[in-house]
Design a protein around this ligand. Structure first.
Ligand code: ADP
Length: 256
């Protein structure tokens, strides 16, 4: 039976709940926008003075009259400023990759981008006796995308693979075109990631508490950048890892 009073009461209560939830969503959105603007502004403002600090510290180090004590201090200043620069750069990259609009996408061959990233990690890998090999397709691997975003995929994945692999280990990179997809795989014989951490490594600022991982320097932003860029390019990322044995990250992007 219809009870107008009761039903009207229910409708009104629902409407009020809906209004409250709607307001809450709006407030959360405003807060998220504020956070984004704050991070972007702070990072941007820090960049210029940091460039001066790094530059002048370098200049000071070259001064012949510097005492050992001063030299140690200048080295510490420079190392600190370089680290800070890395955090700021990563924050800016993450911020840019968060903009709703990806901008103009172009057909791009990922092979030379991956080759550059391998080259970048070749020095650090060789220094620690890590065998770094890459298998790249001759015919290229074209995707539709933005070059300055896509370059973070191989750079961050290969950089991590080398960083989280003990001396004399191996890192293998491959790029393939498979069934309409371009697949970038990065496998390492490193420290691996526990099942619990695997769920969280793509979060902003997440760093594993595992002592082996925590002993290495990082911002916790590298994989967050990778995930954002992959999502913006309509791709997906998979992770397989065994603690103490190594990890495989696989990025699949629609072929362009
Ligand atoms: P970080 O700057 O700390 O390396 P990332 O976002 O790149 O930040 O990675 C997040 C965390 O995931 C790292 O702190 C580390 O614990 C783990 N991780 C990432 N890549 C690897 C890897 N190849 N092997 C083992 N652990 C990894």
């Amino acid at each position: 039976a219809i009870d107008i009073g009761r039903d009207l009461g229910r409708v009104l209560a629902n409407a009020r709940t809906f209004e409250r939830e709607h307001r809450l969503v709006e407030e959360l959105q405003e807060l998220a926008d504020y956070k984004t603007r704050l991070v972007a502004t702070v990072s941007h403002e820090l960049r210029t003075p940091l460039t001066s600090v790094v530059g002048f510290a370098e200049l000071l180090r070259a001064a012949p009259e510097l005492s050992d004590r001063s030299r140690t201090a200048v080295d510490a200043i420079q190392r600190g400023a370089v680290r800070l620069t890395r955090v700021v750069e990563d924050l800016l990259v993450l911020h840019r990759a968060t903009d709703a609009d990806i901008g103009e996408v172009l057909p791009l061959d990922l092979a030379p981008i991956v080759a550059d990233a391998v080259e970048l990690s070749a020095g650090p890998a060789a220094q620690r006796g890590i065998t770094l090999t890459a298998d790249l397709p001759e015919g290229g691997a074209t995707v539709l995308g933005v070059a300055h975003e896509l370059e973070h995929l191989p750079t961050n994945l290969i950089g991590n693979a080398v960083k989280y692999t003990p001396d004399h280990g191996t890192v293998t990179v491959s790029l393939e075109v498979l069934a309409g997809e371009v697949v970038l795989t990065c496998t390492d014989s490193g420290i691996g990631i526990s099942a619990a951490d695997q769920e969280r490594v793509f979060e902003e600022f997440f760093r594993s508490a595992d002592p082996e991982a925590a002993a290495r320097y990082g911002t916790g932003l590298g994989l967050a950048i990778v995930r954002r860029v992959v999502e913006r390019h309509g791709g997906r990322i998979e992770l397989e890892s065994d603690l103490g044995r190594g990890s495989t990250f696989r990025v699949s992007l629609p072929a362009g």
